[in-house]
Design a protein around this ligand. Structure first.
Ligand code: ADP
Ligand code: MG
Length: 351
């Protein structure tokens, strides 16, 4: 999220959803009743785009007014957690050299705390202090560069990375940095956090049937305009084409997909993706093409999808099984693609 360019697994995912919905729409006799029973909003945010669909809007809810409220929520989120915004609270925290407790807002604290929880859960594979490495590899706010950093550069950036270099205090919310040059990157959680904040806005408006998405971080409640569960397409992990791998119904849940096939660069025939392994200081390698996670809040599944991508095809399914995470993995095997769900994912589909 929060990128200045639009290349994301999730954009493709949503296009696929749109395509699927479009096809569905064509198959039904016209869509005249849509305008009454569905409000659709969208626009760009966080270097990608958002979409809000409200089915059966309660009387008094008007599209234009709702859009203004949604965008105001997104502006607030960006002002809290974006590294692409020099004046954001997170950018100020990143620049702050103080070795003492630094007071932060409840919103920023909540996202950082979730990052730390995921670090503990994944033994540090997920790490929001990854920022110096993300920037070094050209996936941060600085301009993209398709160059492989040398070992000394990687080591220097790695010195600044480590979730144990951050201390958290819940009340009043504050962060303490063990080094002045810690750089926190919340891009792996930000889209999900934004979606949850929009969902909270809709809930307070008495809206009960909606789907909210920022790129591949999605949350749905109730039913769609046709009274059916919202359906989300998981796409094939292919950089050069967009195709639906499978469709998952999603009611009163959040879903997020991370993959290695939209946001990457190629150098001397190798592909370098934006998920970085803190242990090696380099983009993760391997045959895991994408991970989709289903859960209660979008911020959590957004982070988990990234975390499982970093863990890779060997370790991620084991963690999903032991922690009861509903995850769906797509791995590449030569020219083939194989998808499989964790036990909790299978139970989710069966219910
Ligand atoms: P997207 O934002 O494209 O949907 P993700 O949610 O998977 O993708 O987030 C990827 C982003 O997370 C990267 O661009 C980077 O900023 C950050 N990131 C990369 N590696 C890690 C990691 N090991 N732990 C936490 N965040 C990471
Ligand atoms: Mg993520």
């Amino acid at each position: 999220m929060l990128r200045t360019y639009i290349t994301s697994v999730s954009v493709g995912l949503l296009r696929a959803v749109k395509l699927a919905l479009g096809v569905l729409c064509l198959m039904l006799v016209g869509c005249e009743q849509r305008s009454d029973s569905l409000i659709e909003l969208g626009g760009s945010t966080m270097g990608t785009y958002y979409s809000v669909k409200v089915a059966h809007p309660p009387g008094g809810v008007a599209a234009e007014q709702l859009q203004a409220q949604v965008e105001s929520v997104l502006d607030t989120v960006i002002a809290e957690i974006s590294t692409y915004e020099e004046t954001s609270e997170l950018s100020r925290l990143n620049r702050d050299p103080s070795p003492d407790w630094i007071a932060v807002s409840a919103g920023l604290y909540q996202v950082i705390a979730e990052g730390q929880r995921l670090s503990a859960l994944t033994d540090g594979a997920f790490d929001i202090t990854i920022g110096p490495l993300v920037n070094l590899w050209g996936f941060g706010p600085e301009a993209r560069r398709a160059r492989v950093p040398n070992a000394a550069e990687i080591r220097a950036a790695q010195d600044r990375v480590g979730w144990n270099k951050l201390a958290l205090r819940a009340t009043p919310p504050a962060i303490r940095k063990a080094r002045a040059d810690i750089y926190i990157d919340l891009s792996s959680l930000g889209e999900g956090y934004g979606v949850d904040r929009i969902a909270a806005l809709l809930n307070t408006q008495g809206i009960t049937d909606y789907m909210v998405a920022i790129a591949g971080a999605i949350r749905a409640r109730g039913v769609n305009a046709k009274g059916q569960p919202w359906a989300i397409a998981i796409e094939q992990p292919m950089p050069d084409r967009r195709a639906v791998h499978r469709v998952v119904p999603i009611a009163d849940r959040a879903l997020s997909t991370s993959g290695d096939y939209r946001n990457f660069f190629e150098h001397e025939g190798r592909r370098y993706s934006h998920e970085i392994d803190p242990d090696t200081g380099a983009p993760v390698e391997g045959n895991l093409g994408s991970v989709t996670v289903i859960g209660d809040t979008t911020m959590v599944v957004d982070g988990l999808a990234t975390a499982l991508m970093v863990l890779g095809a060997q370790r991620a399914p084991a963690l999903a099984a032991s922690q009861g995470l509903a995850a769906y993995f797509i791995v590449r095997e030569g020219d083939d693609i194989r998808g499989f769900g964790s036990p909790a994912f299978q139970r989710y589909l069966a219910q």
